[in-house]
Design a protein around this ligand. Structure first.
Ligand SMILES: Nc1ncnc2c1ncn2[C@@H]1O[C@H](COP(=O)(O)OP(=O)(O)OP(=O)(O)O)[C@@H](O)[C@H]1O
Ligand SMILES: [Mg+2]
Length: 234
């Protein structure tokens, strides 16, 4: 179905007063629509930095990223912000929900910020929460939800605008193993049923086993790429 995301010679170098850290060093990566990919590697090897430069959150020091072959970094800052909002979904370890908003309000917020009419935003938000099994928790605030339920709200928020790719940074890092399994099963179902594309940073081999491809990073570079048991599509 073609590349949804492509990184070309991507570098990120941090300069601090006494050190230079080459966090991402010349990464080449092509992700096709419908892939579910795990990114693994030791702490500090550059996984989060890679997600940040792949998605326009942080400027790379060199190289570029292409979303459906359109450059993320050659345009203006505003164009990049728009591309990020339109094409990317994000799921984090600590859920990042706004505590004062209900589940349905958290999910519809990105749509409202993107100019979707309130009525449509609300119905799409309800639909997204339904797809993660939370139609009976719409008006709960994050503190009134379990960890797994909070992450489901975050997943609904990440997919509600139908992004080209969802980037996940240790999405089960704060969950117990049973809840982790449920969350990964949910991502896997979305991947299989709707060809949603996921790039998942994880330290958990059992999650990588569910993915079609595992990328191993060391010192800012991809050292191996393995196609796993989850890669039925190949
Ligand atoms: N803003 C920053 N300024 C300077 N150095 C940074 C910055 N952010 C990250 N680094 C450094 O870049 C390297 C990669 O960090 P990164 O957070 O990407 O690692 P990671 O693989 O996600 O690790 P973890 O598994 O612990 O989350 C580390 O050595 C880190 O200290
Ligand atoms: Mg990290």
């Amino acid at each position: 179905m073609g590349a949804v995301l492509r990184a070309d010679s991507l570098w990120k170098v941090y300069y601090t007063h006494e050190t230079v850290v080459e966090a991402v060093r010349g990464i080449q990566l092509t992700i096709d629509t419908g892939e579910m990919i795990a990114v693994m590697g030791p702490s500090g090897c550059g996984k989060t930095t890679l997600l940040n430069v792949l998605s326009g959150i942080d400027d790379p020091s060199a190289g570029d990223v292409y979303v459906h072959e359109k450059s993320l970094y050659k345009g203006t800052e505003n164009q990049r912000t728009d591309m990020r909002a339109e094409h990317f979904g994000f799921i984090y370890q600590n859920f990042n929900l706004l505590p004062v908003l209900t589940a349905v309000e958290n999910v519809e917020l990105p749509l409202l910020l993107n100019g979707v009419q309130p009525k449509e935003a609300r119905s799409r938000s309800i639909e997204a929460l339904d797809s993660v099994g939370l139609s009976d928790r719409l008006s709960h605030r994050p503190t009134e939800l379990s960890g797994g339920q909070q992450q489901r709200v975050a997943i609904a928020r990440a997919i509600v605008h139908r992004p080209a790719i969802v980037l996940c940074d240790e999405p089960t890092g704060n969950l117990d193993s049973a809840t982790s399994k449920e969350i990964i099963a949910l991502l896997k179902r979305m991947n299989q049923e709707h060809s949603m594309t996921f790039l998942i940073v994880t330290h958990d081999q059992s999650i990588a086993d569910q993915c079609g491809r595992t990328i191993s990073m060391v010192d800012g570079q991809i050292i191996t790429q393995q196609h796993g048991i989850g890669s039925e599509e190949e």
